[in-house]
Design a protein around this ligand. Structure first.
Ligand code: ADP
Ligand code: ADP
Length: 222
């Protein structure tokens, strides 16, 4: 089965029809970008796939099983890094391990590896406020990967960052992804980012979105 399979997804917020009918499938190990006009339902789709919001219709399956709530095999990165201010960077990265009742001793080396790959290992024991915005978001990405999810869902993870940090983050993310070969769904406003990072670019139409179209953007990957 596809890593993520969305069929005829529908979402209604009260009177507002956010998504009318959207279908898409993402294969194992694929990095797919999702573009579309503001308000077309990209975040909504991602939150439903993450099990954090409920569909009004259609089906969403991950690895063949229906999504009914947050899952252990899924990692999520939001637009702004949400780190607990009173916990060290390392302890923030280890949150999913705690939530899932997994042994910290087993996962701490992995958390440190991730921090090293994200080049923020020197800040493992620092508090979040000591990090720049880009570093915080890198920590949030480490946290989304620490429990070894099969599927990584990212909602405009770089949008709060300045252009230079954005480019650096793009490179960081690509490096991380190439190391882990995770399946990624990456919501972005940036065609450039989409072309640079992904295997496939999908575009949602205006609200209420009905179909998702695949577009060909030919840029060489670094
Ligand atoms: P995008 O991520 O593409 O910008 P969103 O998924 O955030 O789009 O929003 C799609 C539409 O649904 C928008 O019109 C937005 O205002 C509306 N919407 C999103 N979340 C809610 C919510 N919790 N309650 C009501 N309307 C919402
Ligand atoms: P984006 O378009 O970048 O996804 P938005 O600013 O549209 O972000 O929405 C930010 C958050 O606010 C979303 O998580 C969404 O659920 C919520 N939201 C958006 N529109 C509405 C709305 N009309 N009513 C309630 N919540 C909303």
């Amino acid at each position: 089965p596809p890593a993520l399979d969305i069929r005829d997804l529908r979402k209604q917020y009260g009177e507002l029809e956010a998504i009318r009918s959207v279908s898409l499938a993402v294969a194992d190990g694929e990095f797919v970008s999702l573009l579309g006009p503001s308000g077309c339902g990209k975040s909504t789709l991602l939150m439903i796939a993450a099990g954090l919001s409920r569909a009004s219709g259609g089906s969403v399956t991950i690895g063949g099983t229906a999504v009914t709530g947050p899952r252990r095999d899924t990692g999520v990165v939001f637009q702004a890094p949400v780190l607990l201010p009173w916990r060290s960077v390392l302890d923030n990265v280890l949150l999913p391990i705690e939530f899932q009742g997994l042994p910290r001793a087993t996962y701490e080396p992995r958390a440190r590896d991730l921090l090293r790959m994200a080049r923020i290992d020197a800040f493992a024991d620092a508090l979040p406020h000591q990090l720049s915005g880009g570093m915080k978001q890198r920590a949030a990405i480490c946290r989304a990967l620490v429990h070894e999810p099969k599927l990584l869902l990212m909602d405009e993870p770089f949008s709060a960052l300045d252009a230079i940090t954005r480019d650096e983050m793009g490179v960081e993310l690509l490096r991380l992804w190439q190391a882990f070969r995770k399946t990624v769904v990456f919501v972005t406003h940036s065609i450039r980012e989409a072309a640079f990072l992904s295997d496939r670019v999908l575009v949602m139409g205006r609200r209420p979105a009905t179909i998702v179209e695949e577009v060909a953007i030919d840029l060489p990957r670094p």
